[in-house]
Design a protein around this ligand. Sequence first.
Ligand code: AMP
Length: 196
Amino acid sequence: MSRLLIIGPPGAGKGTQAARLSVRLDVPAVSTGDIFRDNVRNGTELGVLAKSYMDRGEYVPDSVTDDLVKDRLSAADATGGFLLDGYPRTIAQVRSLDEYLAERGESLDAVIQLTADHEETVQRLLRRAKEQGRSDDTEDVIRRRLEVYAEQTAPLIDLFASRGVLVSVDGLGSIDEVTDRIVQALDGLGITAPAA
Ligand code: AMP
């Protein structure tokens, strides 16, 4: 069973890879961004709050996000493993997740860092903006999201590296190529797909 996190700048392709790995490893992908967007779509109280941050490229407050993830990870389908996408994103979120997992006698087995060139990610995000019309994919907001990532989330990479759970994968290339690289890197850690 695997407890995994995929981390990387906006536009690195985390969501796409998380969806594929989730099928392959038979664990639910838990994306805080997707959960927030679902709530925005459904007009919930959480959605209204989340949107006010997302539309500016800022992070939703830790207290809100931490509780949301604890709830989600407590669901039956996540007891045997999960793939987190986009959480934790701050040092405080790492602490909250550590504490929650420790109560379950668990910890993250691997953190997949998806690397991507800065300008390439901006271009990818602008392309996605045209295709999907996400309200946080305008150029100004994209630049702010990349800044917030560099300030608040990039420091987590060193932290996970020091724990010996980090695998770095080049996010450049076709979707299949990147998936193959991740699968190989996880293999190296003994994390493999369950037998069919
Ligand atoms: P994403 O789809 O992962 O790029 O997330 C889109 C937006 O949702 C982010 O720019 C944040 O505003 C918000 N968000 C997603 N995950 C988190 C998180 N772990 N902490 C705070 N805000 C988040």
